[in-house]
Design a protein around this ligand. Structure first.
Ligand SMILES: C[S@@+](CC[C@H](N)C(=O)[O-])C[C@H]1O[C@@H](n2cnc3c(N)ncnc32)[C@H](O)[C@@H]1O
Length: 199
């Protein structure tokens, strides 16, 4: 993998494995900045049915895991991002189980409603990271998750001192649902909808 051919970069499994290895920018540029790598196996495990991903970026790290999951378990990944210049599309364009929408999760609610299939089995939030924006994503999209489904939020432990980038935990606290946190790769928050915590 990582030879730069169109075939290899469109293979979610190969991309996923490369992301786990984390080439630190020295290899395939698509893997640069894969700061969520330790959580990729859980994303893959939980991805089934209707999956909404807010924030995919062109690195395709989370998307590779989610797409591997729906390839194994059945389902479809709906990715939304503000960036239009090649976000993931360079990687997974044309994959039958992946769709991309250029949209703002905060301001394009109806556009996103028209794009996805509901209810959601899994919601993955990794878009804007301020308290207000993450709370907005939770309030708008977490209610679409079906009972027993999961919401995952990346960067619960990220703190560089800028409130704009480290509001995830605060937003989860404000949202007020039972949740848990996993360490590593800047932290992952988990909310389970109306169910017990058994995986
Ligand atoms: C941290 S990156 C996502 C990384 C990606 N999940 C991965 O694992 O490679 C955050 C992304 O969220 C997008 N974003 C920020 N605010 C957004 C919003 N309000 N709606 C949709 N996407 C947003 C940015 O354009 C950026 O690509």
């Amino acid at each position: 993998m990582g030879n730069g051919t169109a075939t290899s970069v469109r293979d979610p499994e190969a991309e996923y494995l490369a992301n786990l290895r984390y080439l630190d920018g020295r290899g395939d540029k698509l893997n640069y900045g894969c700061d969520i790598r330790v959580h990729l196996p859980l994303l893959r495990f939980l991805a089934k049915g209707n999956v909404l991903e807010i924030g995919c970026r062109r690195t395709a790290c989370s998307t590779s895991a989610l797409l591997c999951g729906v390839m194994e378990n059945g389902g479809h990944v709906y990715s939304v991002d503000l960036e239009v210049e090649g976000p993931c599309s360079d990687v997974f364009e044309g994959h039958p189980q992946w769709s991309f929408l250029h949209a703002d999760s905060c301001n394009d609610y109806q556009k996103i409603m028209d794009f996805i299939t509901r209810p959601l089995d899994l919601l993955f939030i990794d878009g804007a990271h301020s308290q207000a924006m993450v709370l907005n994503d939770l309030q708008k999209y977490e209610p679409l998750v079906k009972p027993g489904g999961y919401t995952l939020l990346h960067d619960t432990d990220f703190n560089d001192g800028h409130p704009e980038y480290c509001g995830v935990r605060e937003a989860m606290a404000d949202y007020g649902r039972p949740c848990t946190f996993l360490p590593g790769s800047f932290g992952l928050g988990i909310i389970r909808k109306d169910g017990d915590w058994g995986f």
